[in-house]
Every structure is written in C-alpha cells, then in structure tokens.
Design a protein around this ligand. Structure first.
Ligand SMILES: Nc1nc2c(ncn2[C@@H]2O[C@H](COP(=O)(O)OP(=O)(O)OP(=O)(O)O)[C@@H](O)[C@H]2O)c(=O)[nH]1
Length: 312
C-alpha cells in the first residue's frame, strides 16, 4: 500500500474516500474473443481453459481478482450459442442463470474483427438482464491498428449506452488495471466476499479435471471437438510425499478412444505428462497422475451421464 493511500480519506480521489467494493462480473461474447484469457489475466492464476478453438469453456468458473479497493468475482461463462444437443441447452441455461445474478456484464468484442451479427445477437440478449451494468470490453487491441480500434469503438457506441467502454489487451496487459478499476467502481459497496488468498471457489478436483481435459484436447480438437470430458476419481497420499491422482477421460465412441490413447499409448503418456506438470503448478507439490480412458456412449445426450460428469 502506498504512503498516500495509507494517509486516508482526505488524500484520496479529490478528497473523496474510496469505499471498498465487491461484486460479480461475467464476461460474455462470441467464442474465441478472449474471455478466458482476460479472466486469467485479471485473476493472475490459470483457472479457466484458454484455447485457440471456440467453445472450450464449459463451466461457470469463478475467479477472484483482489485489488486494494475491492474484489471482482468473475463468473466465466461459455459462449452464448444456439443449442444443438442437451449439453448445449444446459450450457445456455447456465448462462442465463449466471447473467441474471451478476452486477456487471462485460461484453467482449475483439478489436481485430468486424462487429458482426453474432455480436449484435448477444448485445440484444443483454437487454434480458436489466439489473446488470453493461461494460464493453474491446479485446486484443495488440492485434489491431489505431484506426481499427477507433472504428470499432464508434460502432460499439452505436450498440447501446454502455456504463463504460474499455479497450484492453490480455497479452500485453495494456489497460487491464484500468478495466479492473472501472469494473470495481460499478460494484456495490460491500465488505470482502472472499478470503484474500482465495482465487477461485471451484473445487480443486474440478480444476484438475479441466487441466487434464485441456491437455487431452490439445492437437485433436478437430477430431474431438466436444466429446471429451474428464473427472478426478480418487486421490491418495503416498508415503514418499507424492500425491497420487486417479483420473478418467471420457469419450463418446470407441473410435475416439484410439485417438486419445495414440499409437501404443504414446499420446496418452504425453497428455498425462503435460497435465501432471500443470497440476503440480496448481497444487504446488509433486504429483503422480494415473489416467484412464473410458467410453461413455453419447454422453452429451444422456442426462445420467451428464450428471455424472458434473453438468447438472
Ligand atoms: N493477441 C491477443 N490474443 C489474445 C488476447 N486474448 C486472448 N487471445 C487469444 O485468443 C484466443 C481465444 O482466447 P480465449 O480466452 O480462449 O477466448 P474465449 O472467449 O474464452 O473463448 P471460448 O472459451 O471459446 O468462449 C486464444 O488463442 C488466446 O490466446 C489478446 O489480448 N491479444
């Protein structure tokens, strides 16, 4: 904390005391616009899946960005899209339930792509959530020229009256602090809602499962776009200090099993290795990871299977 801030109300923002604020924000937008990356950049720890392919974020994962003046609790939602399967419907229901409950919705639009019908569709749906303040977040400004950014800001301004418009880059971290400040200003005055060291309230097993799923998807997204799920089945403390984690990877068809496992298990070993390293960073300790691949036929359309995999 700086000297100035410690001196108290009379020296702060033009003499006004900066009250502590805390609340919920959700970033929405088309797939691939940078919502997960932004969440990670604000929270400062890897918690949501980022990937170069659309629709990989499946759960409402909360990250918590702690700042001196408050807490932003970030609810990371999957992209709003037209449902084609039962899973799709449940995801959309999840988005609705999430957005009905947040203080601020951050609508993410990339600076390097033209504003399209997909953006307009989502913008119109934001009208269904009158309680939430609406902030336009222009993402990926590092990939756009100044004139592109200005054009995009003008078009954004025509969509609606935003409570704020903030251009940012999660990669160069440009304006991330400004965005955090702007979001905090829009939050209700409130005591902290979470402990200072907490960065997510998602269960640890769920986060481990996400890391495994992310590692398993890498390189085979085209073949297995939405057919892969992961669960943590068991953990055991070993006497030598290693933590054993037993996890399952689920695919929908026998043919997909081969893709995941690879020639003589080579791919699965590689997936396990990469996931283990990420899990070790997350847990801050050494881990032994045992991965098994199982076929759960058509799990995306089966309510019982969806329940088992945590999509309730
Ligand atoms: N250059 C640049 N790339 C970015 C930035 N933010 C995200 N990306 C990239 O854009 C791609 C998509 O990012 P995600 O954060 O996964 O996007 P998302 O909106 O969460 O995507 P879904 O989960 O599919 O809805 C990834 O390849 C990121 O590395 C940024 O500020 N600058």
């Amino acid at each position: 904390m700086s000297q100035e801030q410690q001196r108290g109300p009379e020296t702060g923002d033009g003499g006004a005391e900066r009250e502590y604020r805390a609340g919920f924000v959700s970033f929405v937008g088309r797939p691939n616009v940078g919502k997960s990356t932004l969440t990670n950049a604000l929270v400062g720890e890897k918690i949501a899946i980022t990937s170069p392919k659309p629709q990989t974020t499946r759960r409402a994962i909360r990250g918590i960005a702690h700042r001196e003046s408050g807490q932003l609790i970030i609810v990371d939602t999957p992209g709003l899209h037209r449902p084609r399967t039962l899973l799709g419907e449940r995801l959309n229901a999840l988005v609705e339930a999430t957005l009905g409950d947040v203080d601020v919705i951050g609508f993410c639009i990339p600076a390097n792509e033209k504003l399209g019908p997909g953006d307009r569709f989502i913008n119109e749906r934001l009208n269904d959530f009158p309680r939430a303040k609406k902030v336009a977040v222009l993402t990926k400004v590092d990939e756009a020229s100044k004139s592109e950014i200005i054009d995009q800001l003008t078009r954004l301004g025509e969509l609606r009256e935003w409570d704020a418009v903030v251009p940012i880059s999660s990669v160069t971290r440009e304006q991330l602090d400004v965005l955090a400040d702007v979001l905090l200003e829009l939050m209700p005055v409130s005591p902290p809602l979470y402990e200072a060291e907490q960065t997510t309230d998602e269960g640890e097993d769920d986060r481990i499962a996400e890391l495994i799923r992310e590692a398993a998807l890498d390189g085979v997204r085209d073949e297995l776009p939405h057919s892969l799920a992961a669960t943590v089945e068991d953990r055991e403390e070993r006497e030598d200090g290693l933590l054993e984690i037993y996890a399952n990877l689920y695919v929908e068809r026998d043919s997909q099993k081969g893709i995941v496992i690879g020639h003589r298990g080579s791919r699965l070993r590689d997936v396990g290795e990469r996931a283990r390293k990420e899990i070790e960073v997350l847990l801050g300790r050494r881990v032994y990871l045992s991965l098994r691949v199982k076929v759960l036929k058509e799990w995306q359309r089966d309510p019982k299977a969806l329940g088992k995999l945590g999509f309730n």
